[in-house]
Ligand binder design. Structure first.
Ligand SMILES: Cc1cc2nc3c(=O)[nH]c(=O)nc-3n(C[C@H](O)[C@H](O)[C@H](O)COP(=O)(O)OP(=O)(O)OC[C@H]3O[C@@H](n4cnc5c(N)ncnc54)[C@H](O)[C@@H]3O)c2cc1C
Length: 337
């Protein structure tokens, strides 16, 4: 394990904000993580787990604790007849796993191509895009239970997956070590999502996991800012689900308001509210903007601080509430969690 001191979190988070962490420990194995936890206990310090920092808003103040950065490598395959079980270390880059599965012609992860971050963080918020979620193919998660010190295998149904939600969000009890997916050998394309249908209509090849993955990466390239140029954590807010009555009443005022029924009510695209109802596409305050190409994406320029982002995001949420009565929740998590 590699222990560093006084490490700026702005260099380990894609929003590029955050004060320094007193200790930053890079862990390549379960034993490294156990040693890092023992180190924190010995020094009487708090600890918090970090992957690639692509879904967190780090605080401006010094974090007088231990950041446990997950770097566990490795991808292993087990042939199981019609499917293949693929297990990846929590530190593997998510898109490297998607590419590897596609290279082997395995179906199931391709719609999630191009999402930044690590395999270990993917179940935390049940990452999703283009009609797929990580829970669709996830078999089980191997995690260190920090309450007992034991390894726990949590099968999919134990993970309490929901929309950008899971058991791993409720508490920091589990440190994910690896994740196992069940992928299919037989073709199972999922290309119903609008952007993919349009790509198909324009002649894009969507016949293999690799070609779908590439099409998704191209589409995403138009919707997200270049991470090498600006700070961002992707979609900053979630899409709220409201009751059918609330949706009907909003429809009376805003007749073109889209809504997608689900088990809890009707899901509303926050981007529609920000863009079509509030005209906030590209809206800027100081160093922070809503991205021109996709207003759900918050962009932070050089010099931005967590406090500025907080103020900006609270202001946006208040404007949405004033216009619609809807409270929008953040998708991005405060760090340390
Ligand atoms: C440009 C861009 C586009 C994005 N697009 C999407 C998208 O389409 N869909 C989507 O769902 N998300 C998207 N995201 C969000 C982000 O990529 C995902 O949430 C990703 O899974 C975060 O991975 P990470 O390793 O960076 O996690 P981090 O940001 O480092 O951590 C996120 C949370 O998970 C916890 N965590 C991390 N690793 C572990 C572990 N091993 N065990 C336990 N807890 C852990 C952390 O403590 C933290 O609370 C996007 C982000 C960006 C910047």
């Amino acid at each position: 394990m590699i222990v560093s001191e006084n490490v700026p979190l702005s260099t380990h988070t894609t929003l590029r904000v955050g004060g320094t962490a007193r200790f930053f420990i890079e862990c390549e194995s379960k034993e490294d993580i156990q040693n890092a936890l023992a180190f924190a206990l010995e020094h009487g310090l708090l600890w918090s787990v970090l992957g690639e920092g692509s879904n967190v808003l780090a605080g401006d103040d010094v974090y007088n604790g231990v950041v446990i950065a997950i770097r566990i490598p490795g991808i292993a395959f087990v042939d199981a007849g019609e499917e293949v079980q693929i297990t990846a270390g929590a530190g593997v880059a998510w898109d490297a796993l998607v590419l590897e599965a596609a290279r082997c012609g395995l179906w199931g992860l391709e719609n999630l191509a191009g999402i930044p971050g690590t395999v270990g963080a993917a179940p935390v918020q049940n990452i999703g895009a283009y009609g797929a979620e990580v829970k669709d193919t996830l078999k089980e998660v191997s995690a260190l239970d920090t309450r007992t010190g034991q390894i726990r295998i949590l099968v999919r149904d134990e993970c309490a997956f929901g929309y950008r939600d899971s058991i791993f969000k409720f508490s920091a009890r589990f440190v994910i070590l690896s994740v196992t997916f069940c992928l299919q050998k037989a073709a199972q394309p999922s290309i119903e999502y609008k952007d993919l249908k349009e790509a198909l209509a324009q002649g894009t090849d969507l016949s293999t996991p690799a070609s779908i993955g590439n099409a998704v990466r191209t589409i995403r390239g138009r919707k997200f800012p270049d991470l090498s140029l600006v700070g961002t954590a992707g979609s900053f807010f979630k899409n709220p689900t409201i009751s059918e009555e609330a949706y009907a009443s909003l429809k009376e005022k805003f007749s073109d308001m889209p809504g997608f029924p689900n088990a809890r009510g009707v899901k509303i695209p926050t981007a529609f509210i920000l863009d079509h109802m509030l005209g906030l596409r590209g809206y800027t305050e100081g160093n922070i903007s809503l991205f021109e190409n996709q207003p759900l994406v918050l962009v932070a320029r050089n010099g931005a601080t967590q406090k500025e982002i907080d103020t900006f995001a609270n202001n946006i949420a208040a404007r949405v509430h004033d216009a619609t009565g809807i409270f929008i929740e953040r998708e991005v998590r405060n760090f340390p969690t």
